[in-house]
Design a protein around this ligand. Structure first.
Ligand code: HEM
Length: 176
C-alpha cells in the first residue's frame, strides 16, 4: 500500500490503519443509510455555520448591516455559528472515522484541517484581542483595519475549507 504524498509519521499512519479495522469504523463505512445521513448533516450544516459566519465577517468588513452595531450582529449570530461549527466537527469526525487512513492520506483533507486550525486561531485572536475593544468601534459603519483583517481572513479560510472539503473526492483524479 502506498503511503501517499511524502513519508507520513509512522505512528499516525499505523494508528489510522488500525482505527479503520475497528468494528464501528467498518460498520459506518459499510452502512447503507447512516453514512449518508451523517454526510447529509455535514453538508446541510455548512449553510448554518458558514452562512452566519459570512454575515458576521461582512459586517466586520463594513459591507453589510452598516447601521447595526457590530456587537448586535455578533451577539445574535455567533451562537448559531458556534452551534453549527460543533455539528460540523462531530459529523466530520464521524465521516473521518468511516475511512481514517484514506482521509489521512488525502491532500485536500490535510489542507482543509490546516485551514480549519487557522480559522479557529483567527476567531480566538478576534475574541481575545480585537473584540474586547468593540466599544471603540461598535457603531462604525466601516470598522478599523485590524477588525476588517479578521473578517477578510475568515472569509478566505472558509472558502479554502469548503473547496478542500469538496475536492477531497477528487484526490485520485488529481494525484492518482
Ligand atoms: C467546520 C468546518 C467544516 C466545513 C465547512 C466542512 C465542509 C465540508 C464540505 C463542503 C464537504 C464536501 C461534501 C460533499 O460535497 O460531498 C466536506 C466533506 C468532508 N468533511 Fe468536512 N467540513 C468541516 C469540518 C470537518 C471536520 C472537522 C472533519 C473531520 C475531522 C471533516 C471531515 C470531512 C470528510 C471526511 C468529508 C468527506 C465526506 C465524503 O464525501 O465521503 N469536515 N466537508
Amino acid at each position: 500500500m502506498s503511503r501517499g504524498p511524502g513519508r507520513p509519521l509512522v505512528d499516525l499512519f499505523r494508528f489510522f490503519e488500525w482505527l479503520g479495522t475497528t468494528s464501528w469504523s467498518i460498520a459506518l463505512h459499510e452502512s447503507r443509510y447512516v453514512f449518508l445521513l451523517v454526510l447529509m448533516i455535514h453538508v446541510l450544516t455548512v449553510s448554518v455555520f458558514v452562512g452566519t459566519a459570512v454575515m458576521i465577517d461582512l459586517r466586520l468588513l463594513g459591507k453589510t448591516m452598516t447601521h447595526v452595531p457590530v456587537s448586535q450582529v455578533v451577539t445574535r449570530l455567533l451562537p448559531w455559528s458556534e452551534a453549527g461549527f460543533l455539528v460540523m466537527v462531530v459529523s466530520g469526525t464521524l465521516l473521518f472515522y468511516a475511512a481514517p487512513l484514506a482521509r489521512y492520506e488525502n491532500v485536500f483533507f490535510r489542507l482543509k484541517m490546516a485551514a480549519l486550525a487557522m480559522a479557529v486561531m483567527n476567531v480566538w485572536v478576534f475574541r481575545r484581542a480585537v473584540y474586547r475593544r468593540v466599544g471603540e468601534w461598535d457603531l462604525d459603519p466601516v470598522p478599523p483595519r485590524r477588525v476588517r483583517m479578521v473578517g477578510a481572513l475568515s472569509l478566505i479560510l472558509l472558502a479554502i475549507i469548503i473547496t478542500a472539503g469538496r475536492m477531497m473526492a477528487y484526490q485520485d483524479y488529481w494525484f492518482g
